[in-house]
Design a protein around this ligand. Structure first.
Ligand code: FCB
Length: 397
């Protein structure tokens, strides 16, 4: 059978500014690295300087779409001070993408905040809503003419959980009250940003933009009745509550697919899960590889929200690149199955282009289709070549 994707399917890779650009010293993450004594992002992939080389890679991979983020702490390093050199950088990046015929998907907030915003307690207070609106306005006024697709916020529930429940990310707090407050302010920030983007496009008569968030859902399976009930509540809080609140302010669903967990209940241990279940080929990340999750998660969000879907991230971290291509293909097989059943999946972004700074794991996690060699030259891995061949044929046969 011919497994050919729809004619106008968008094939891409996803990145984020803090993870690839380098030199983002005004970010709250730079302070966090210092405070926790963890590996620093430093120069990252040096994409701020070498973005043209990234675009060359996109071309070699045959991609027609690229998801990247705008670094707020670079654009507005001090409160109300706009860095025009940074703006020029994003202008050049967009211009070059346009010349190459690559459609940008632009994220406004991908985990990293300006330090001055974190001094105002980040998303804990309502103040952020106006700051985020002003940032959106500056970016969209200046760059909007070259962008149709926007992701306002990357993985709101992951951001809030790691920063306000598990204490692993800035600001490293543990408070359920704060967690819910942050979620609320993320929702409101998204909504003001959504409205602002639309307003600007209308004002200039630009074609209507398409806007969403990127939601990271966990495919969870309960092995017994208590676990199934527990999962029902976990999903309500972590998978649907944010989308439910913003569903009238998104034009498509951006879905990040990584996690599969089996949950078990025992009287001695309570609920336990095996989110991390290292295969020999996994690197530090060890997230379970479970291609069927692609199908279950896509179906689940489609049944609930009935909107077009883009897989805004899906990636596998492996020490050895050998099996990455096969795994990507397996995830795509299940994506194809969903499309065949009539679910309007419009695009797929592999995470990520080049091995980059992976938050707490620093440079040890290797998600990339490409890597930097000792002389910092970008080199395409075999998985990159394999993905490029799928994209070229628009088919997984
Ligand atoms: C996602 C994040 C992205 C990257 C990948 C591995 O949850 O959005 O920045 O860290 O995981």
């Amino acid at each position: 059978m011919n497994k050919v994707f729809p004619k106008d399917f968008k094939w891409g890779v996803a990145t984020s500014a803090y993870q690839i650009e380098g030199g983002n010293n005004f970010s709250d993450w730079a302070l966090w690295e210092e405070k926790m004594g963890i590996e620093k992002a430093g120069k990252a992939c040096n994409s701020y300087i070498e973005y043209e080389k990234d675009i060359e890679l996109l071309k070699k991979l045959n991609l027609n779409t690229y998801r990247f983020s705008i670094e707020w702490s670079r654009i507005e390093p001090k409160e109300g001070e706009w860095n025009l050199e940074a703006l020029d950088y994003y202008k050049s990046l967009l211009k070059k993408l346009k010349i190459e015929g690559i459609e940008p998907f632009v994220t406004l907030f991908h985990y990293s905040l300006p330090q001055w915003v974190s001094e105002y307690k980040s998303f804990e207070t309502k103040k952020i809503i106006n700051y985020f609106k002003r940032f959106t306005e500056f970016v969209v006024e200046n760059l909007g003419m070259d962008v149709k697709y926007w992701i306002t916020i990357n993985e709101p529930t992951v951001y809030a959980s790691l920063g306000y429940i598990s204490k692993q990310w800035p600001p490293g707090k543990k408070s359920y009250i704060k967690y819910f407050r942050v979620i609320k302010n993320l929702e409101l920030s998204h909504i003001v940003s959504y409205k602002k983007i639309n307003e600007i496009y209308k004002k200039y008569g630009w074609d209507k933009p398409s806007i969403s968030i990127a939601q990271n859902n966990n495919d969870m399976v309960g092995k017994d009745i208590p676990s199934k009930i527990y999962i029902y509540f976990l999903k309500r809080i972590f998978s649907y509550s944010f989308l439910n609140k913003v569903k009238d302010y998104i034009d498509f669903i951006g879905l990040n697919v990584y996690f599969y967990t089996e949950i078990e209940f025992s009287l001695f241990k309570g609920f336990s899960s095996n989110l991390e279940n290292k295969l020999p080929e996994n690197d530090v990340k060890g997230w379970k590889i479970h291609p069927l999750s692609m199908y279950s998660l896509v179906k689940d969000v489609y049944n609930r929200y009935k909107k077009d879907i883009y897989i805004t991230e899906n990636g596998i971290s492996l020490i050895n690149d050998e099996k990455r291509g096969i795994y990507i293909k397996e995830y795509l097989e299940y994506l194809f199955k969903a499309i065949e059943e009539g679910i309007p999946v419009k695009g797929y972004f592999y995470w990520t282009l080049v091995d980059n700074f992976e938050w707490l794991n620093g440079y040890k996690a290797k998600f990339g289709l490409c890597y930097l060699d000792e002389s910092n030259k970008r080199v395409i891995k075999n998985s990159g070549k394999y993905y490029a061949s799928i994209v070229k044929r628009n088919s997984i046969d």
